[in-house]
Design a protein around this ligand. Structure first.
Ligand SMILES: Cc1cc2nc3c(=O)[nH]c(=O)nc-3n(C[C@H](O)[C@H](O)[C@H](O)COP(=O)(O)OP(=O)(O)OC[C@H]3O[C@@H](n4cnc5c(N)ncnc54)[C@H](O)[C@@H]3O)c2cc1C
Length: 484
């Protein structure tokens, strides 16, 4: 006993951020902890998404926990199953698995008498001092609103709900959507299927990036010299700092270099001028999340691949009817239509101080101070919450910084300085004002539609450099919080 107040904690979600939170809470001596996970395994994104071609679009040496670097990655950008296995291994080795309550989503969190009262779908109840919501961003599938969608006769599923029972070999496959997921799937599927039709509403800029398998000698060398891993991670992190500086300044030299690389990739890789123009976006590179691929252009030029740019009129039992009257006959239809990125921990019902509900607090849109804390929701902290850094950064680095920040707030509770801590209303308002102002200079507002943009067209993301994010996360500003 060290004289500090004992606290019971709940972590909601056992994806990358939930595993991290559980490890760090335990290391800090906060071992009275339950992790709630609605799925029956850990890994979140990387256990739910099992589509062919899934891989990280960040270097794996960066997309790793800083405290669990590994020499074992097979590729510079490793495949999804390897990433899932990595999270599972880290969770096992850090004894997180034994703390997870699987298969039971939390449906309600209510703050009363200084504690959070949790209810899960099974009826299980818990009472905790601190909640960390690590419920993910790209988690709730978004289904397209297309007339006749449910009339399709063949198998049809969302990319994050892959039906492995469906045979794709020699089938006529349609994919709706052109984000990173669709691009990865096209490359992985085109040589397996009879025909592949990609229904494109918006063309994407593609950043070329080779991804050859690492030779065994590299792994062997890093096993012998593990100290080199952290140096490599640091170098990659510095490189991505340049990227973050580029995207938050639409006039920067960095963004122009990215644009040139994408334009050259299109010009040099697509032979047919008509197809090239249909693949050419009408907005600037990196305005939408940059898609990275070594071979998408090669794949879409295969004889059995078809890029459909006519708008979809409706789905029919036999396929997709486009507005030019053509019926694209299909056996299987895959919806690579993304996620409801503004749902966060909803549909959980959350009520803070004096019964204030999350729905009220987030009307008209989600907001949180530094994306971590909501006024009147004391001792409730989010990892990868609203308006934080997303884009082509490592969300692991983001989450590590956020958890470090959250632990400092929890330390105040533990030290007895206060029993309740949450962001001040004026701190949130100032933060949001500055964020909206800064967002006007970013590449994300240069003329495209993307999931980054909120209902006003303002990017719902961190609009400053990553260096600034690191500085903000170093230590909470005590004046930004209210205490009870
Ligand atoms: C296809 C795809 C590819 C991606 N590629 C990259 C990439 O290359 N690089 C990158 O940085 N990021 C990438 N991302 C983003 C990715 O989501 C994050 O990197 C990271 O995995 C997020 O981890 P998380 O723990 O915050 O959320 P998630 O992985 O979404 O985990 C959230 C967990 O919370 C659980 N949960 C939610 N609500 C409840 C509830 N009420 N009760 C109990 N449990 C609940 C969910 O079941 C889930 O397991 C990708 C995302 C997708 C979808």
């Amino acid at each position: 006993m060290d004289g500090r107040r004992p606290l019971r904690c709940a972590v909601i979600g056992a994806g990358m951020a939930g595993i991290l939170s559980a490890i760090k809470l335990t290391e800090a001596g906060l071992a009275d902890l339950t992790v709630y996970e609605k799925n029956d395994q850990v890994g979140g994104t990387w256990s739910e998404n099992t589509y062919p071609g899934l891989s990280c679009d960040l270097p794996s040496d960066l997309y790793s926990y800083s405290f669990a670097l590994t020499p074992e990655w097979s590729h510079p950008f490793s495949p999804g199953p390897e990433i899932r296995a990595y999270f599972e291994r880290v969770a096992r080795e850090h004894d997180v698995l034994s703390r997870v309550r699987f298969g039971d989503p939390v449906t309600q969190c209510r703050f009363a008498d200084g504690r959070w009262h949790l209810t899960a779908a099974s009826g299980h109840r818990d009472e905790v001092d601190v909640v960390i919501a690590a419920t993910g961003v790209l988690h709730h599938p978004r289904y397209p609103e297309i007339v006749g969608l449910d009339t399709f006769e063949g198998p049809m599923f969302h990319s994050s709900r892959w039906d492995h029972g469906v045979r794709l070999d020699d089938a006529r496959v349609g994919i709706i959507g052109t984000g990173s997921t669709a691009v990865q799937m096209v490359s992985a599927l085109v040589d397996r299927v009879a025909s592949l039709s990609l229904f494109q509403r918006t063309a994407q800029w593609i950043m070329p990036q080779e991804n050859p398998a690492y030779p065994e000698e590299r792994r062997e060398e890093l096993r012998t010299h593990p100290e080199r891993l952290s140096k490599m991670r640091q170098e990659l992190s510095d490189l991505f700092d340049h990227f973050s500086n580029a995207v938050v300044d639409a006039d920067s030299a960095g963004i122009k270099m990215i644009e040139q690389a994408c334009v050259a990739n299109l010009e040099e890789s697509v032979r047919d001028p008509e197809l090239r123009e249909r693949l050419r976006p009408a907005y600037r590179a990196a305005c939408k999340r940059l898609v990275i691929s070594p071979d998408f252009y090669a794949a879409i030029q295969r004889p059995n691949a078809e890029l459909v740019t006519e708008a979809i009129e409706r789905i029919e039992p036999g396929g997709v009817r486009t507005v030019d009257g053509s019926l694209h006959e299909l056996d299987v239809l895959i919806l690579a239509t993304g996620f409801k990125a503004d749902a966060f921990m909803r549909p959980m019902e959350i009520a803070g101080r004096n019964g204030a509900t999350l729905e009220q607090a987030w009307n008209p849109r989600p907001e949180a101070y530094l994306s971590i804390s909501i006024p009147d929701f004391p001792n409730f902290f989010m990892v990868n919450g609203p308006n934080g850094p997303v884009g082509n950064f490592s969300l692991i680095e983001v989450a590590e910084l956020q958890v470090h920040y959250i632990l400092q707030l929890i330390e105040r509770l533990r030290g007895g300085e206060c029993t309740e801590i949450s962001a001040r209303r004026d701190a949130l308002a100032d933060f949001e004002r500055a964020r909206e102002q800064a967002a006007r200079n970013t590449i994300w507002v240069t003329g495209c539609r993307s999931w980054y943009l909120d209902d006003r067209g303002i990017p719902a993301v961190w609009p400053w450099s990553f260096v600034r994010f690191r500085q903000e996360m170093a230590a909470p500003d005590p004046r930004a919080f209210e205490y009870a």
